[in-house]
Design a protein around this ligand. Sequence first.
Ligand code: PMV
Length: 348
Amino acid sequence: MSSRATAVAPANIAFIKYWGAHDVERGVPMNPSVSMTLSRCVSICTVEAHPREDGRSGVAPHGEDCDGVGDEILLAGPDGNRPAPEFFACRIRDHLDRLRKLFDAAVTFRVATKNSFPAGAGLASSASGFAALTLAAVRALGLDLATDELSVLARRSGSGSAARSVLGGFVELPGGPDEGDVYARPLAGAADWDLRDVIAVVASEPKSVSSREGHRRVVSSPYYRERLALLPGRLATVRDAIERRDFHLLGPVVEEEGIDLHLVAMSAIPPIFYWLPGTLQVLETVRMLRLEGIEAYSTMDAGPNVHVICRPSEEASVVDRLGQLESVREVICDGVGPGPRFSEDHLL
Ligand code: PMV
């Protein structure tokens, strides 16, 4: 009998960035990272598991012929479901193959997925997307796994940040090289500290260099070692700030990290430029806001869009000011959230 499950998983914004990998394919980071799970920016994914008539769980070898097993991958939209672009469907099929092999499941999958926000523009759509896919597929297979195991499986999609999106609130993911330890741990719950993330979207097109390629390339930056040496101090500060709910302590480190990610990207060989003129305009505006006494700090993942972290009392001022900028196409108001959930609103 076929079975179906739908998961809703949020994106997350990293305060300490995972950037550079021991193993890109398995999402094993070079360094520990800390993030805040969001609430409104989510991926919704429905997975149907259909028993294979031949009873075989065997699949095409990884990366060789990723449509060999007849899994159907759809993008859900306002006008119904349509086939996903091949590069995207391939990554999803690879992950489904991984799960099928691991659990020796003689099934084919049908998947429909959608995001509540622009995909591929550095807003962590792979984190929410692969977390939602993992949770829905595992449930459709009738399995009930612990959160640590789900975090490991989400990471093995190749999106290391997906490992953090299986938890809500404030989350830490250790670095490698020991893969066994690399699953997300909670630092504080969503109810413990209400922080907001005002996202200034300056471009909604998919970025030109994937974060996967970024992880491979940034280790070539002459400043990469320097960054790794600074991280233990930053990590200690961020953990401490979260424990004490000390925004004044947290903010400057968050902003340093956002800039550092791009510093090592721009100095990689060959270099990667994610910033656009609008990115700089937002960064400058956030500095101006601080001079006016509105405490807010910017950070960016691998893309041109800027996440502005602030307390609830400052959110309206930040939204108002960013909304006035010519280069800002859209302002998304998000904030800390409780993590993924299952839904009965199926996309299939
Ligand atoms: O999850 P991945 O493998 O797509 O890596 C993305 C990592 C960054 O978003 C750039 C930083 C982070 O820690 O989220």
